[in-house]
Design a protein around this ligand. Structure first.
Ligand SMILES: [Zn+2]
Ligand SMILES: [Zn+2]
Length: 163
């Protein structure tokens, strides 16, 4: 994706940018321990439908790695292990239809996911909809687990949108 065109840098993005899932988000991450690098969210136009990248932590490499979640089984592209954990959240579509909405309200897990989806829309570094599984992936403006120093002091920021 190195030759792709950068569309925009920094903040001030419209709230609905995440719905354009043919634009990849290039993120930077950095931690207090000095560990830093890049991570990808979603897909470029040319990779659309074939790849959907999202940052994970690999407990074998002790590193942040961007994984194509459309390629099953999901594993670390560097070392091949499945000992990985996804950063941020993966939230299913809210229910449509009256009965589904009612059942959703009665389900604590679903209620929490809807709340997270609302929060994500207002407070995300990056969010993107993955249409195969009908889920929204997102990274919040918050501190995450650092695989290098094992403290919760790793943060992501948006670096560029890439077509
Ligand atoms: Zn690995
Ligand atoms: Zn660290």
């Amino acid at each position: 994706m190195g030759s792709a065109n950068a569309l925009a840098f920094g903040g001030g993005l419209p709230k609905d940018v995440y719905q354009n899932h043919k634009v990849a988000n290039l993120l930077n991450f950095s931690c207090n321990c000095g560990y830093q690098g890049d991570a990808w969210v979603a897909s470029t136009r040319s990779g659309f439908g074939k790849s959907f990248w999202f940052p994970h932590s690999c407990s074998a490499c002790n590193a942040v790695t961007s994984i194509n979640v459309l390629k099953k089984p999901i594993c670390c592209p560097e070392c091949g292990t499945n000992r990985i954990s996804q950063f941020g959240v993966k939230l299913p579509d809210p229910p449509t239809g009256a009965l589904q909405k009612l059942l959703g309200m009665l389900n604590a897990k679903h209620w929490l996911q809807s709340k997270q989806l609302k929060a994500l829309k207002n407070y995300h570094v990056a969010m993107a909809y993955e249409g195969n599984e009908r889920v929204t992936y997102g990274i919040f403006h918050q501190s995450y687990f650092c695989p290098k120093c094992t403290n919760n002091t790793l943060r992501f920021s948006l670096s560029a949108l890439v077509d």
